[in-house]
Write a protein that binds this ligand. Sequence first.
Ligand code: GLC
Length: 425
Amino acid sequence: MLDHIRDHAVEILKINDLGNYTVPTHGLYPFQWNWDSALSALGQSHFDEARAWTEIETLFAHQWDDGMVPHIIFHKEDDGYYPGPDVWQTGRAVPTSGITQPAVAGFAVRRLVDRAKDRDQAQQRAKALLPLISRWHDWFYANRDPDGEGLVAIIHPWESGRDNSIDWDEVFERVPTEGVGEFQRRDTQHANPDHRPTQEQYQRYIWLVQCFRDLGWDNSLLHDASPFRVVDPGFNGILLRSAMDLADLAGQFGMHELATHERARAAHGLAAMERLWSETHQQYLCLDRVTGSLIDSASVGGLLAVFAPVDPARAKAIAKRIEAIADKVTFLVPSHDPQDARYDGLRYWRGPAWLIVNYMIADGLSAAGHEGVAQRIVDTSLKLIGQSGFAEYYDPKTGEPCGGREFTWTAAMVLEFLQKGRPAA
Ligand code: GLC
């Protein structure tokens, strides 16, 4: 059974491999996505280390001059996706989107180095990537943390990677739907519309893209211009974990200045995370940077923060919270609190479980000493694959597979889980 699952995972990574980048799945997502690539490289490293390095290098070959690494790289034309390059109009030679995604590359590079069989290759390729990743981190703090709070904001829900989370609902009301014009969505032609964001949400997504485009994609203007400015604990947790990992690697490689820089940044950010803690929910919450208040929405974003080495008391509370959630679902970790009336187990980021999120939460919990609950997450993840295949996401109560199929990062995470030698329950 496990051998079969492993073989199938490798096959999926190969089917979705277009040479020097991997598509998340054919049809629904026909280009290169930022955090998909970083996490998928981990899966590739189990059977082809050189290919794994290429995945991340391709991503950074499209880094903007200001340091941003875009969320989509449109390597080839494909009109099966909306919004394509003609909507973004970012003016790049190889077109890209104009926003970013969770900065998990620093973590991924560290993990590739730690497990590399070809040490020379790993050192050489990682050393070249480190300054590029650090420039991206600099970009975040320069453009998304204008007051030096130690926490960065996202300016579009797509940047979080949790596109239609309940976290954004309230703030999204501030984003107009008028004046966007007609457009033809493509996602609902590839996947069940009931599992996807609503039309009104899409209008707001596009409004923001048009607003940023009208400002010429000048990142020094976009943060203050956006009616949507949210500090997401998961997003910041990923960035801080990457900063720590980058610092450790730089230290190993004798790049001391870079190590000191990233370590100081992580220390500042980890202290600032306290601002996002909710005693009521016993987890982190998003912060609306426009009003300065926490958003009352207990989503997985606030649990994902444990991927960073947060305060041990906070990590412990998150472990307890996941144990409590486990009594309400069959498959961990739902992307929203199942006891919230707004929870929807089938609709994308409003309830379904996602393996990449499981992987990062389990990794953080395990590092914080909460091995039992980490193991539970891994076990239910593998059980899900056995029952429902390699889907994009799953209903946490029934295990129903949702969204795209034969999904790259789901397969990559399965290889990661299996490599740890953990049995499926
Ligand atoms: C969806 C997800 C996002 C992911 C992308 C490609 O937009 O919400 O996190 O990167 O698909 O898989």
